[in-house]
Design a protein around this ligand. Structure first.
Ligand SMILES: CCCCCCCC/C=C\CCCCCCCCCCCCC/C=C/C(=O)SCCNC(=O)CCNC(=O)[C@H](O)C(C)(C)COP(=O)(O)OP(=O)(O)OC[C@H]1O[C@@H](n2cnc3c(N)ncnc32)[C@H](O)[C@@H]1OP(=O)(O)O
Ligand SMILES: Cc1cc2nc3c(=O)[nH]c(=O)nc-3n(C[C@H](O)[C@H](O)[C@H](O)COP(=O)(O)OP(=O)(O)OC[C@H]3O[C@@H](n4cnc5c(N)ncnc54)[C@H](O)[C@@H]3O)c2cc1C
Length: 664
């Protein structure tokens, strides 16, 4: 039977070159080609089927993931895939697995914190997956407060070993992914104790399980921490618990790039800042920002396509009802999310550049940009994951009742995604790190110190503290200079107000604590400014293709002005804009929604997601939603029999009893 594209009329309306936008979205033609090839490879291979996850038991689910991971690795080796291709393949397989922690944290921790000899020994094994590692930092009692970790690594000069020990229940490692059932090794974080003196938290490589029979080594207790939120979802991962009972490891298994322990038991701190022990988190936070755009774009793709298919009310003279995407309320909820997906994509690209830049500098022992890299990765991780988790849930609601079905793909996407607000640093804790950085920067204003990078705007404090916006018409709100000035003034004024209020407290720490809700808001304002400014930079760069710039300008305007609308109280109370200008911004926003409307389906097509990856009947490329929903319902195991199991035991006796009662 010929396949019908129910969204063809939407695609025909597009006013830009979708194929060219696919390349902008991917980052380059090369990146697009790799991504496209890998997505098709995964989608066409039945071994990567994923539509049954919600109905599998935990054990089946987990074994299925082990199978997929082994098969994926086999394909990577057989096809000689590059690192870039392998990580795209992993992305499209779309299933959290122990391999994420092995490649995403264990390997980077050794790379970043190990010495050349340690790289030689451990990375050689890890790259071939002859050992499998995880990242065991968090404990039952402490996650955010890394300095509060309790596991100890006591140096024994007699044997030239460290003794790794869990002195309390709360010192049990708790949460590390891959730890519960699979990892043979871990980078663990423990307090280094030499001669009774505590030198703080350091990283150590520890073997956990035998490479012969996979049993835990002596002194090690290890297991899975149990089911997590949602069916399927993150339950493919074996987040684990681990206790050490005086486990001995050789001295050379301490990661020694940042500091060393000599054979004599002398503690040596190198020139490298102590904070590099936190370096793996900086790396992963940076990747999480790009992942946010992927997760949000996926939810938005489903919600946009389905909103174009779904019709409710408004039929005239027996004609079709209104597509729900034409309701202005639907647009005002959906299009800012579409714009955010693009915004996070571009800020993610920029953050990757920033991370590579700081890495190069660190290799050359140049540490000056580390605080900014920490603030940007922490803040943008927090901002984008919060917006994405909220955005996925909003997309579910935008799909009405059908969004609540697992076959919409949205419940599982939310359940898998939402822990990103917590892991790699709780989002509020991370905002407070940004706030500390901002307070330091504000304290330097007027000192003559040149401010660079993302705080360079503060250099113009004198102007930004007293300016009022020159916007006079709705059209003015499309000019980057007006948007930037409003966001810069708001961010700076919120930060300066916090600094002033902190200075009134008995001491800075007390002031910081009292002001922390306001500080978190100031941090959000600063991070939103970064996203807006990187979106503007992107548009001002080279963008080829018919109509692309216009669409991206509209999306950038929607991103910025919808934030302005959402945080209007801050823009008005800090005097950055007037109520009249706020009304003009809203007027502009409405006109931008109208501009995006005919392009909406094409703008999500530009993500180039296969139906396999989307995993959503509502988001199908061809829009053939209703027959497929109907078909899918019959596949549910409950529909295997007409009369359900349990009817004779539990339902029929009730009915009989009702009959007797009725006779009475
Ligand atoms: C089935 C499919 C199979 C396919 C298989 C195919 C094979 C695959 C092949 C390839 C695939 C590749 C795949 C890769 C996938 C990658 C995915 C990765 C997935 C990751 C999944 C995530 C899992 C989750 C992991 C975790 O959660 S790990 C634990 C994270 N924990 C935290 O984040 C803790 C948060 N707390 C902190 O960070 C800190 O403790 C703190 C809050 C910052 C406070 O620290 P403290 O020292 O107490 O700080 P202060 O006193 O406030 O600050 C001191 C000083 O330091 C500065 N600082 C702080 N942090 C940093 C930092 N990180 N960097 C630099 N500087 C830092 C801070 O600003 C202060 O500075 P000043 O003194 O100058 O003010
Ligand atoms: C799915 C998942 C996977 C994970 N994988 C790993 C892993 O592989 N390896 C690993 O080591 N860890 C892992 N973790 C642990 C994770 O990193 C921690 O859970 C995270 O860092 C948050 O720490 P916490 O649980 O101690 O939260 P808490 O700090 O206890 O947070 C509880 C509440 O307290 C608030 N709070 C805490 N401190 C402050 C403060 N100073 N000021 C204001 N508010 C505060 C927080 O905002 C939050 O609302 C994982 C967690 C999850 C959920």
């Amino acid at each position: 039977m010929e396949e019908v594209d129910h969204l063809a009329h939407e695609r025909n309306k597009a006013q830009f070159d979708v194929e060219a936008m696919k390349i902008v979205w991917a980052g380059s033609r090369h990146a697009f080609e790799v991504s496209d090839r890998m997505s098709r490879l995964v989608a066409s291979d039945p071994a990567f089927r994923k539509d049954n996850r919600a109905t599998l038991s935990r054990k089946e689910l987990f074994k299925n993931t082990l199978r997929k991971a082994a098969y994926a690795w086999k394909r990577i080796v057989e096809l000689h895939l590059s690192e870039e291709e392998a990580s795209k393949l992993r992305f499209f397989v779309d299933e959290p697995a122990y391999t994420d922690l092995h490649w995403g944290m264990f390997v980077p921790a050794i790379k970043g914190q190990g010495t050349d000899e340690q790289h030689q020994k451990w990375l050689t094994l890890a790259y071939k997956m002859q050992i499998i590692g995880c990242y065991a930092q968090t404990e039952l009692g402490h996650g955010s407060n890394v300095q509060g970790l309790e596991t100890t690594a006591t140096f024994d000069p007699k044997s030239d070993e460290f003794i790794i020990h869990s002195p309390t229940l709360t010192s049990s490692k708790w949460w590390p992914g891959g730890l519960g059932k699979v990892s043979t090794h871990a980078v663990i974080y423990a307090r280094l104790i030499i001669d009774g003196r505590d030198h703080g938290v350091h990283g150590f490589i520890v073997q956990l399980r035998s490479l012969d029979d996979h049993l835990p080594l002596p002194g090690i207790t290890i297991g899975d921490i149990g089911m997590k939120f949602g069916n399927g979802a993150y339950n493919t991962m074996d987040n684990g618990v681990l206790q050490f009972n005086h486990v001995r490891i050789p001295r050379n298994q301490m990661l020694m790039r940042v500091s060393q322990v000599t054979r004599e038991g002398k503690y040596v701190q190198s020139d490298v800042p102590r904070q590099l022990v936190y370096g793996t988190m900086v790396y992963v936070r940076q990747t999480i920002v790009s992942d946010a755009s992927s997760a949000l774009s996926r939810a938005v793709c489903v919600a946009v396509r389905y909103s174009a298919v779904r019709r409710q009310f408004g039929s005239q003279d027996g004609g079709p009802e209104t597509q729900v995407i034409d309701y202005k309320t639907q647009q005002s909820r959906l299009f800012p999310l579409l714009a955010s997906a693009y915004a996070f994509r571009f800020v993610g690209e920029w953050l990757k550049w920033l991370y590579m830049d700081v890495t190069k500098r660190l290799q050359a022992n140049e540490f000056s940009t580390l605080p900014e890299a920490h603030a940007c990765t922490a803040g943008l991780k927090s901002l984008t994951t919060t917006a994405t988790a909220d955005g996925i849930e909003e997309c579910r609601k935008l799909c009405g009742g059908h969004g609540y079905l697992c076959s919409s793909g949205l419940p599982e996407l939310f359940a898998v995604y939402v822990p990103a607000c917590t892991y790699e640093g709780d989002n509020t804790v991370l905002l407070l790190q940004v706030a500390r950085f901002l307070m330091k920067t504000v304290s330097q204003l007027g000192s003559g110190k040149q401010l660079v990078g993302t705080t360079a705007y503060m250099q113009r404090a004198e102007h930004l503290m007293q300016c009022t916006s020159d916007v006079r018409s709705a059209e003015d709100w499309l000019k980057p200079s007006f948007i930037l000035e409003a966001f810069e003034a708001r961010a700076l004024r919120l930060a300066v107000t916090c600094a002033k209020n902190i200075s009134k407290a008995p001491n800075p720490e007390e002031g910081f604590s009292q002001l922390s809700p306001d500080l978190a808001e100031a941090a959000v304002a600063h991070c939103q400014l970064i996203v807006v400014s990187k979106f503007i930079d992107k548009i001002q760069g080279d963008i080829d293709g018919m109509g692309l710039k216009e669409q991206l300008q509209a999306l950038c305007g929607i991103y910025a002005l919808s934030l302005l609308h959402k945080h209007l109280g801050e823009f008005l109370s800090t005097g950055c804009i007037t109520p009249k200008q706020a009304a003009l911004a809203n007027e502009k926003l409405r006109s931008l929604y109208a501009k995006v409307r005919p392009n909406a389906v094409a703008l999500v097509d530009a993500f180039n997601y296969t139906d396999h990856f989307l995993g959503s009947i509502l988001g199908r490329y061809d829009g053939n939603v209703y027959p497929k929903l109907y078909e899918e319902a019959w596949k549910d195991p409950l529909n295997d029999s007409v009369v359900p199991d349990g009817y004779h035991e539990y339902v029929r006796p009730l009915l009989k009893q009702q009959l007797r009662t009725a006779k009475l």
